[in-house]
Design a binder for this molecule. Structure first.
Ligand code: NDP
Length: 794
């Protein structure tokens, strides 16, 4: 071939990255890798092992220890022993350790990048330029949080021993996302990498030894899914942080229910990539390339649903196909490729099966007209058009290089299509009209929104999902809080078992007793008879009948949820308006303070002074929530790019709330107030033995401009009502304060729509203690953080 013909063709030759160092490192471990436990590499207790292969060639890369119960036990014990001393180091000392790790990652960046590319099959260009630098950034950033921890989080302490389970799509980066914050804040770690991609975690363990990280602070147990399950179920682990499929996320929620373990889940996605007709089309097409063919589309936040405004759809798709034909698929170590190998044959088969299902359901298939390398797990960039919103490929996470496209006419339709998913991880919005782009960003249900950009990440900006994409955040201040727990809650004592719940009295028709003694339910701003037409007697501790309340059932909860759903206006109201309403509630409660104190004293047997103190604290708490309504705001981040990321606090939506038996007014107010302040609508089950101060509160609500449906109150058996709330798919979050078993049930049954739960696990809160129930301690559970990235420039 002549030089001139090269100029004509302008084709690329291969530009392979050297792998000698990586192969030498692997050769040094030719006998197999052990687990990393207590600062040393140790063989599997069972002697069992498994193999890991190179996706681009199918070659064997290494043999790894298979983690058994004994290995997990040893790792959890090592982590437990190290946790106290590690958390007692000064923030500065921990910062220096993280800083040392960051430095070592940078020093060994090329080796890590090559090992990662070999093990996962992803392009070296991505491991070298994205995964490894971002991982280093996570350690630097979190070294900073360690340094200022005592100053920034005086009321918080480390969670303890954290079990971390990570997937194969970004093995090293996910390790950094999990390990850096955990260690920075004083926790110790038992980490399981994915079975396909454990090598960079083991390389990192070697770096940790070199960096002088104390033994036991970081432990790595390799293995398959069942090793992960052993970590999840280990009683000596205080928190599970998981990234992976929604299916396994659900399983983990079930397994940890009632264990008291805290949980963060970073799960799947089906993220919309919305292009309006005034978008910069060339930029948007490059955006699609980054959104779906980055990392072979094996990205939880991949822009896998392309939503095009009708006017530009044909032109856009034609240009996109042309661009697809210029993409290069090759060996992961070739520096001139756009896409490399799928992680494993089983994944490739799964993707191909889903594409075939798409075609069978009527989609039109386009695959880039390009050559693939011989052998290995390669796949062509793939586009499915003519896809219906209900089609399998429009709903299921394909987790491969496959984008499906649909069209829309108006911004409202775009938002509707975008939100027509059980997931809510990320979204991209493309428009040159910033007002339109930001309006859509606000309306899309997703934890991360990129405006005129895609797949931007930074340690200082949180990442995580809405809805079935999971809960919890990684990165940013909100990510730090996931690795801390309130000191005020650490000393809570188990709630004494209550006497048997009061007997249900079949009152022979709801309206039999005199009306002034019978409280109905409060649904959609109105008093409503309970569906079952039963009521229960409420008595004082010495057996006097104080009144009667409705016995709510499943139907009542459903009606209340429906009313709460409709009260969307409350979530859209300005923070100032919400504050006004909360102040007004406080004012009206204050006007009737004596009456409420009398009621509390009669119901609970408390002295009148104690009851008055409860009312006074409730009024104060409403004032605090009113104050917080327009002050518990988001943040503006300045990630390393020209632009901003806005961390916006959004309401979660409809929140179910089970109030504890004690402090019937104060606990009720302490829990509804922050939820209302943050714009949530609530369905509340008040104290089961002492519900009358909540039913008396109807009149306060009615006279305080609380919109209908923002607060719904259903009295009755917490046991039955929590079940309906937990299983209801229109309830977005559930707070449960009460007997331990209630917490367990709520968590176990919450997996349907993966609702967020806040449970006290049977531990009693001191409702008079501001540190225990006012401010960020509850507010952070009343919001979900959406990070909107807005790069700018000419
Ligand atoms: P999984 O969710 O199965 O795996 C994620 C991690 O969890 C791995 O370390 C895995 O171990 C471990 N694991 C598996 N089963 C259990 C269990 N019962 N208890 C505890 N840990 C467990 O994802 P896969 O790797 O199997 O991929 C399947 C699909 O999941 C993909 O096709 C994709 O759709 C989705 N996925 C989504 C990701 C995301 O970030 N959203 C990431 C990865 C996958 P091991 O690898 O050894 O099985």
């Amino acid at each position: 071939m002549s030089v001139a013909s090269h100029f004509d063709a302008m084709s690329y030759g291969p530009a392979p990255e050297g792998d000698a160092e990586a192969r030498a490192w692997l050769a040094r471990h030719a006998d197999g890798f052990g687990h990393f436990i207590g600062g040393a590499f140790v063989g599997a207790a069972s002697g069992e092992s498994f193999e890991t292969f190179e996706p681009a060639t199918g070659r064997l890369l290494a043999r790894l220890a298979k983690g058994s119960a004994a290995d997990v036990e040893a790792a959890a014990q090592a982590a437990r022993e190290a946790q106290g001393p590690w958390s007692q180091l000064s923030g500065h000392a921990r910062a220096r350790h993280l800083y040392a790790l960051a430095r070592l990652i940078q020093r060994h960046a090329r080796l890590i990048a090559v090992v990662e590319a070999l093990d996962n099959g992803k392009p070296i260009r991505e491991t070298r330029d994205i995964d490894v630098p971002l991982a280093a950034r996570h350690f630097y950033h979190h070294a900073g949080w360690a340094q200022i921890q005592e100053r920034e989080f005086p009321g918080w302490q480390p969670v303890g021993v954290v079990g971390q389970i990570i997937p194969w799509n970004f093995p090293f980066l996910m390790l950094a996302w999990k390990v850096a914050p955990a260690l920075a804040l004083g926790n110790t770690v038992v980490l399981k990498p994915a079975e396909f991609t454990s090598l960079t975690a083991l390389l990192f363990a070697e770096l940790a030894v070199a960096a002088g990280l104390p033994a036991g602070v970081l432990n790595i147990v390799t293995g398959e899914g069942d090793t992960g399950a052993l970590i999840v179920e280990h009683a000596g682990i205080d928190k599970i942080a998981f990234t992976g499929s929604t299916k396994v996320g659900r399983l983990i929620r079930e397994k940890t229910a009632g264990s008291g373990k805290s949980l963060t889940l970073e799960l799947g996605g089906k993220s919309p990539f919305i292009v309006f007709d005034d978008a910069d089309i060339d930029a948007a097409i490059e955006g699609v390339v980054d959104a779906i063919w980055f990392n072979q589309g094996q990205v939880c936040c991949a822009g896998s649903r392309l939503l095009l405004q009708e006017g530009i759809a044909d032109k856009f798709l034609a240009r996109l196909k042309r661009r697809m034909d210029t993409l290069r698929v090759g060996h992961s170590l070739d520096k001139c490729i756009d896409m490399a190998a799928i992680v494993a044959p089983v994944q490739l088969q799964r993707i191909e099966k889903l594409v075939a299902a798409g075609v069978a359901e009527g989609a039109t298939l386009y695959q880039a007209a390009i050559d693939l390398p011989e052998g290995g797990c390669f796949m062509r960039p793939t586009l499915l058009t003519d896809v219906q919103p209900a089609a399998t490929v429009a709903r299921e996470e394909i987790f491969g290089p496959v984008v499906v496209s649909m069209t829309f006419r108006t911004p409202d339709e775009a938002v509707m299509l975008a939100n027509n998913s059980r997931y809510g991880l990320a979204a991209s919005v493309w428009s040159e009209t910033i007002g339109l782009a930001l309006d859509v960003a606000a309306k899309v249900q997703a934890g991360v929104v990129w405006v005129n950009a895609t797949n931007l990440f930074d340690a200082g900006t949180g990442f995580g999902g809405y809805r079935e994409s999971g809960y919890g955040r990684e990165g940013g201040r909100e990510g730090v809080l996931e690795y801390l727990k309130p000191k005020a809650w650490a000393t809570r004592q188990p709630r004494p078992a209550t006497a048997e719940p009061p007997q249900r009295e079949a009152a022979n028709g709801f309206s039999l007793p005199s009306l002034d003694r019978t409280a109905k339910l409060f649904i959609g701003g109105k008093q409503a008879r309970p569906d079952g037409n039963y009521s229960r007697l409420i008595t004082s501790p010495d057996g006097r009948v104080l009144g009667e309340v409705g016995e709510g059932n499943r139907k009542d909860i459903r009606n209340a949820v429906e009313a709460a759903r409709k009260a969307e206006g409350w979530s859209k109201a300005s923070a100032h308006n919400r504050a006004q309403v909360l102040y007004y509630l406080a004012e009206n409660l204050s006007a009737r303070a004596g009456e409420f104190a009398g009621r509390i004293a009669a119901m609970t047997g408390a002295t009148i002074e104690a009851a008055e103190a409860e009312v006074a604290a409730s009024i104060s708490r409403l004032f605090s929530a009113a104050a917080d309504a327009d002050k518990y705001e988001g943040r503006i981040h300045t990630p390393p790019l020209r632009g901003l990321a806005l961390a916006v606090h959004e309401p979660i939506g409809v929140v179910g709330l089970i109030c504890p038996p004690e402090a019937p007014l104060l606990a009720f107010i302490s829990l509804i107030a922050p939820l209302l302040a943050c714009g949530n609508r609530v369905v509340v089950v008040p104290s089961e033995p002492h519900p009358l101060s909540a039913t008396d509160f109807y009149q306060v609500l009615e006279t305080s401009d609380v919109p209908a449906g923002a607060v719904n109150i259903v009295t009755g058996p917490a046991w039955e009502l929590v079940k309906t709330l937990a299983e209801h798919d229109d309830v977005d979050a559930l707070w449960v304060f009460g007997q331990k078993e209630l917490s367990a049930m709520a968590e176990r049954l919450s997996t349907g729509n993966l609702k967020r739960t806040l449970t006290d696990n049977g531990f009693m809160t001191d409702w008079h203690d501001i540190a225990s129930c006012e401010g960020e301690i509850l507010l952070r559970h009343a919001v979900q953080v959406k990070n909107v990235w807005i790069p700018y420039g000419e």
